[in-house]
Design a protein around this ligand. Structure first.
Ligand code: CO
Length: 177
């Protein structure tokens, strides 16, 4: 296991559509475990591969069943095959330290994908579980939670982010060195 380095907005990889994963290898499984370790150490509930610098369709999340989630999920090529309802949740993101904002998403989803050992998986998620999964799949499509905000709300949140994270924005190269 190893900790991976987090990538912060406005890194280009966070706005890039990630590539599907082919055959799952031992290396992919190891990467998924590293992602999970990185998520737990960062006290996150979800993490997508682009957030640790790999543009591949892989995510991990751990939201308790009492919150509509599931014990540790490690998923490649996730797809939402059903969704219903609406829910508004105050979201944050490990790639956007310090800010949060209300985002509207589907309240219940069914997602399929491939697990770390190559098995086919299917999860029914709701509440925070559904919110988190949609947030992570968005990352795989190059979409960040602030992209769900419009107009003044979006400008205010991004201005606050810039104020809090001057070092990430003005010396981005240094952050990733
Ligand atoms: Co995020």
């Amino acid at each position: 296991m190893a900790l991976l380095k987090l990538v912060f907005y406005p890194d280009d990889i966070l706005r890039t559509r990630a590539e599907p994963v082919g055959k799952l290898t031992e290396k992919t499984a190891q990467f998924m475990d590293d992602m999970a370790e990185t998520m737990y150490k960062s006290q996150g509930i979800g993490l997508a591969a682009p957030q640790v610098g790999l543009s591949r369709r892989i995510l991990t999340m751990d939201v308790p069943a009492s919150e509509g989630g599931h014990d540790l999920i490690q998923l490649a090529n996730p797809e939402i095959i059903e969704s219903s309802g609406k829910i508004i949740w105050q979201e944050g993101c490990l790639s956007f330290p310090g800010i949060s904002a209300d985002v509207e998403r589907a309240a219940e989803i069914t997602v399929t994908g491939t697990g770390r050992d190559g098995e086919s998986l299917r999860f029914e998620l709701s509440g925070l579980g559904a919110v988190c999964m949609q947030h992570e799949i968005d990352h795989l499509d190059g979409i960040n939670f602030v992209d769900h905000l419009r107009g003044l709300k979006r400008r205010l949140v991004l201005r606050e982010y810039a104020r809090l994270n001057k070092s990430l924005i003005s010396t981005e190269a240094g952050v990733h060195a």
